[in-house]
Design a protein around this ligand. Structure first.
Ligand code: ZN
Length: 412
């Protein structure tokens, strides 16, 4: 192997990000690229065009994942990199897209510097991750892993009532062929992504090596009291569900703040019944979104939250019921691939640190199946899922070069 390093230039990254960022851009900024819509199709076509220009073998699978392949000389195994190219409503130019573009630029640089790899290298633009149109989270990755349920295409529908199957059919994809998207040759998956937080920026660190993707628990908390007259019922005689619920969210916040980073909790969805200005609230339901990358910590926090809610309910003569509505276990990243990222960062002279991911990513789908790791690059002011999302071209280039170095270790 030659001693030279694969290098991606800031200019190349800026050019790719700017051009792809125009696809689906709304007047005044913000991107809308939902799976199978017109902008999504244009973006997929542009990515395929760039992959072909880079000398990669281009292919689209049954669900619309786009692949660029640099065939290996010795082995059937494939080392895969990439991310998603759909967006959230009014999203930015970097979420997902940067992982695809970095993969493309990395393969371009590797093939130019070192020629063909031993193992095949592939960059994938995954069709869907965000659930922006259909509640189909990670549809592209799940198709490749063979974990899409048979009834999903017919039962999932968008806001206009169109089924996922119809949306596929309309653009010439056959929902009955989804099974053919399954891959058994992938030996490792490496995903570059923006941090979507501000740890790297605040520390001046160039590269985050993800330790684990956070685990998540969603709970619905229903607090029941008694409806009474807002004027005639003294405070000391009330069984006010809202007062109890408010105290419970304060307790949740205090617990998680005391735990410290990276633990987070959010009480975002509220329903108050009967919901009258002059009625003491009888029933309040609120959501808790609790996240931590360590499963034992997540369990411990959830247990404490249950205890605190029960204690507050008893003191206020209220009833409380907590229901788990979603459980996503943490996804630890592969230690050997993490070590390769660390080595590649050192070779590029880029500062790096371990970091947990508080957001979900395609990598969490892959991690239980193949060695998987993630590279984070800094997000300016931690902004993401908004038009202000930004990562400087220099940081994009360092990230893509570290990705290239990692892929070189895995495939050459
Ligand atoms: Zn993303």
């Amino acid at each position: 192997m030659s001693e030279s390093l694969p290098e991606v230039s800031p200019h190349r990254m800026a050019e790719l990000v700017t051009e792809l960022g125009r696809v689906g851009e709304q007047p005044g900024g913000g991107l809308i690229r939902f799976v199978y819509d017109d902008a999504w199709r244009t973006a997929g076509g542009l990515l395929a065009h760039w992959m072909a220009e880079a000398g990669l073998e281009v292919r689209t699978d049954a669900v619309g994942n786009v692949f660029g392949r640099l065939a290996g000389t010795e082995s059937e195994a494939t080392v895969l990199t990439g991310s998603h190219f759909d967006t959230v409503p009014m999203g930015g130019r970097y979420d997902g897209a940067l992982g695809v573009l970095s993969g493309l630029a990395a393969l371009e640089a590797l093939s130019k510097t070192f020629g063909r790899p031993k193992k095949s290298l592939e960059v994938v633009a995954l069709c869907e991750e965000e659930s922006s149109r259909f509640p189909a989270n990670f549809f592209g990755s799940r198709a490749m892993l063979g974990t899409i349920a048979d009834d999903e295409p017919e039962t999932l529908h968008d806001a206009d009532g169109m089924t996922l199957a119809d949306a596929m059919t309309r653009i010439g994809l056959d929902p009955r062929a989804i099974g053919s998207a399954r891959r058994n040759d992938v030996e490792a998956f490496v995903e570059l992504h923006i941090e979507q937080g501000r740890v790297l920026q605040d520390e001046g660190t160039r590269i985050g090596i993800v330790t684990a993707i956070t685990g998540l628990r969603w709970l619905d908390v229903t607090v029941s009291g008694r409806a009474d007259h807002a004027g005639a019922t003294p405070m000391d005689l009330r069984r006010d569900a809202m007062q109890g619920a408010a105290e419970m969210t304060q307790a949740v916040t205090a617990l998680v703040e005391a735990e410290g980073r990276p633990a987070v909790a959010t009480c975002g969805a509220w329903q108050v019944l009967p919901g009258g200005v002059n009625i003491v609230p009888e029933q309040v339901t609120f959501s808790i979104d609790l996240r931590h990358p360590d499963e034992a910590t997540l369990d411990r926090l959830a247990g404490r939250i249950r205890q605190e809610c029960a204690r507050i309910a008893t003191r206020r003569q209220l009833a409380v019921a907590l229901n788990d509505t979603k459980l996503v276990p943490p996804a630890p990243m592969d230690e050997s691939v993490r070590a390769l990222i660390e080595k590649a960062a050192a070779e590029q002279g880029a500062s790096a640190r371990p970091i947990p991911s508080g957001a979900g990513h395609d990598s969490q789908m892959w991690a239980p199946h193949v060695p998987t790791a993630m590279i984070f690059v800094p997000s300016v002011d931690g902004r993401s899922h908004c038009p202000e999302e930004y990562t400087a071209p220099e940081d994009c280039a360092v990230g893509a070069s570290v990705l290239a170095g990692t892929l070189r270790e895995l495939a050459y």
